[in-house]
Design a protein around this ligand. Sequence first.
Ligand code: GLU
Ligand code: MG
Length: 472
Amino acid sequence: MGTEVDPDHPGATDTLSVGRPQRAARAEEIGRTLRAQGIRGVVLSYVDTAGITRIKTVPVSRLARSAAWGVGMSTVFDIFLSDDSLTSTADLGSPDGDLRLVPDLDRLVALAAQPGWAWAPVDRYRQSGEVWPACQRSFARSMVARAAAAGLDLQMAFEIEWALGRGDSDGFVPACTGPAYGMTRLVELSDYARDVLAALEDEGVEVDQLHPEYSDGQYEVSAAAAAPVLAADRSVLVRQTIRALSRRHGLRPSFAPVVVAGHVGNGGHVHLSPWRNGRNLLAGGPGPIGMTAQGESFAAGILAALPALLAVGAPSVASYLRLVPSHWAGVFACWGHETRETALRFVTGNAGTADRAANLEVKCLDLAANPYLLVGALIAAGLHGVRAGLTLPEPVTGDPARYSAAELAALGIARLPTSLEDATAAFEGDAVLREAMGDMLADAVIAVRRAEADRLRGASPEEVVDALRWVY
Ligand code: GLU
Ligand code: MG
């Protein structure tokens, strides 16, 4: 298969032409199976810079053509905001031009809560066939490849928290009233919770657990660990499935960082572990609590990047209403062994299982994040730690909130950024993340964060929460 040079972008590679006939043939075959299952349409999704999942759909008859050539979509979604208005960067914001959305056939599944529909995440390309430089899913994949080139594999898992409201209110009226973690809350929504488990199983999503969480009407599903891009795909799929299923039950889920001002919010904690040659680098080593030297450096890279990572993983104005001390959201830039108030929690699991179970839980993240951007940024930060041979400070025990400002300073524990503006400033100063993302993507992140902050500047917590409760 030949690749052609695009006159507008000399040096660009027409990656999309590689394997085109095979993709088309495979999609034809998949289309036949889908039709036999009564499926009529395929949802093609990507997540924009602001964290909103955007879609196009095609009839099953058009799947093969979409897989071969992609479906058109404007470039402006990279600078779309959560209220559907636009900002711009030097590269982005023009009404000119078009991109191709190409479904990843390996990830295509029938949507259990939307009969007649299948879903696949897309990668985005220029019309010339070059990977679009601001394609977040391609960025995640390129960071996985970079890790592989350094001999590292990553395992990742997303925790998905949501507050379940009644479907008949624009405000939030919790769909259940039983206590946090309570059996009563499950009894109240027994059929719903069973349907969530069944739907995710039908979609091939491995679930570690489902439980009622702390906040009003709140539930959580933890997806099992998987390769990073798969984990990010599942974060999208799980939320869309919960959304559709909730609606079928007359309910409405909110994945927003905060659903009721002043209450505990929805986290989107990410668990991750670096592996080399089938061995978990967070176990069986001479470093802190059994980490290997490289495992420690990977963790230290993430710890060092946390202020900048917040602009990726806590990208909403509402994120900073969630990030308050003593809410298990992890607002201090420190780490601890199983400590739920440190931004980085080192989890080792049952005695004797650390070689499989040991992982880093990054707690300060939420579900407004674009999971692809987040996965890629976490890998970039960890790889930088390995390259630079970073080491961890002493672990912290207990809640750092009990210390005075002077004590925190003496212990070297900083509070993470407390506003989207401050997180964005930290991101702007982070050369590692910019190099990894490339200028087009990094500039889009900065522009979108600034515009989101501008849009809600001066709004009360209640106004912020009302504006963002149902968008993520
Ligand atoms: N809901 C908490 C948060 O905002 C997390 C609770 C937990 O540790 O699972 O991050
Ligand atoms: Mg939780």
